[in-house]
Design a binder for this molecule. Structure first.
Ligand code: SF4
Length: 366
């Protein structure tokens, strides 16, 4: 196991689930396990009052519980204000053992007591089959990396193996596993049959060192991408959040060169790019948890969507620099901007984005 756990909590109703059995088998012996009543899980798993950073403490507490609400939903970043990529989110876990200073979970899951993983996750397969049955002929990109990192803790949950088995047999679904880890061991001996895409968020070393605590290094993420590519998976990369710090342009170009040396452009399914954006509440939480992080202290403005962002000219210049570099690489890599309006797409790419469903289908098909 690559991440430390202080304790594990298991709802009574999940004690005999295959997931709980797997986790208990793989868990180091010194991690205490507590069984809790089905209606008391949140409070039972909560760190003791008086803990200085309860959100951070919650990242080292694993809760196995039953999900009582649907697993599948549209990406929460989608909105009529932004050009959307048609991504669907499958929530099989929530929270993350890594600790990026800019992470939106600090706001979105501010009151979450623990890293939750859902013992009934295979129920989500019925939801996906219903989705396909009701949208005959359409293709969907479905990801598990929105409210959790897709592969963190996979060494003890092995959920990726069930997912890959399921998606490999579904013609019109593509699974996206999104991660900042190099936990790929469970993937390498399976055949995804072209239906599974593994994506990494990439940042320059300066951002990794100052802001992406406990993640795999950028070089390790790129090496992991090469390994899954060789094992038959598709790969994609997210330059998100793109942070406008003094040497950003030089560092991002260097990072892209390092990536393209290992993964040729024609083998990249898509690139997404999105500038650092923070609601006032998230910015407050992030700066108070990471007061020394220089990446959180750039000049920004409150944009029309209520989020602090780098000044538009700075954002556009960075977006264009990345887009030009990928264009020069000589292969048409589908690229989209995350959480930016259509007008920004037009400035960067010279054309308005296609409709969400069209982009989504194109990214899903590869
Ligand atoms: S890896 Fe992703 S989910 Fe985890 S803390 Fe970093 S930004 Fe958040």
């Amino acid at each position: 196991m690559k991440f430390d756990l202080d304790s594990v909590f298991i709802e009574h109703g999940c004690a005999d689930s295959p997931l709980a059995t797997r986790v208990l088998r793989a868990l180091p012996r010194d991690v205490p396990v507590t069984h809790v009543g089905d209606n008391e899980t949140r409070e039972a798993a909560r760190p003791a009052s008086g803990v200085i950073d309860p959100f951070g403490a919650g990242k080292r507490r694993l809760l196995i519980a039953r999900r009582k609400t649907p697993f599948l939903m549209p990406c929460p970043a989608g909105s009529s204000k932004f050009a959307c990529c048609g991504y669907l989110v499958l929530t099989l876990a929530s929270n993350c053992p890594m600790d990026c200073s800019y992470c939106f979970l600090q706001e979105y899951l501010a009151d979450n007591p623990a890293f939750q993983v859902y013992a009934n996750f295979t129920d989500s397969f019925d939801e996906l089959d219903r989705l396909c049955a009701n949208a005959h002929g359409r293709t969907f990109r479905v990801g598990t990396g929105e409210l959790a990192d897709s592969l963190a803790f996979d060494s003890i949950t092995a959920i990726s193996r069930d997912l890959i088995d399921f998606f490999a047999s579904r013609e019109n679904l593509t699974l996206e596993l999104k991660t900042k880890t190099d936990e790929i061991e469970n993937l390498l001996d399976l055949d995804p049959r072209g239906r599974v895409l593994v994506s990494w968020t990439l940042s320059p070393d300066a951002v990794y060192r100052s802001s992406e605590h406990l993640t795999a290094s950028p070089a390790a993420r790129i090496a992991a991408a090469r390994a899954v590519l060789d094992a038959g998976y598709r790969v994609a990369f997210h330059f998100d959040p793109l942070i406008a710090y003094p040497d950003a342009e030089r560092d991002y170009l260097r990072l892209i060169d390092e990536l393209l040396e290992v993964v040729p452009p024609k083998q990249i399914s898509f690139i997404s790019v999105g500038g650092l954006r923070m609601t006032p509440r998230l910015r407050g939480a992030a700066r108070s948890r990471f007061p020394a992080d220089p990446m959180l202290c750039g000049e920004d403005v409150l944009a029309a969507d209520g989020r602090f962002r780098a000044f538009m000219p700075l954002r556009l210049s960075l977006y264009r620099t990345l887009a030009d570099r990928f264009k020069k690489a000589g292969a048409e890599i589908p690229t989209y901007l995350c959480m930016e309006p259509a007008s920004v797409h037009e400035h960067v790419f010279g054309a308005a984005p296609a409709k969400a469903a069209t982009i989504g289908e194109r990214l899903a098909r590869g």
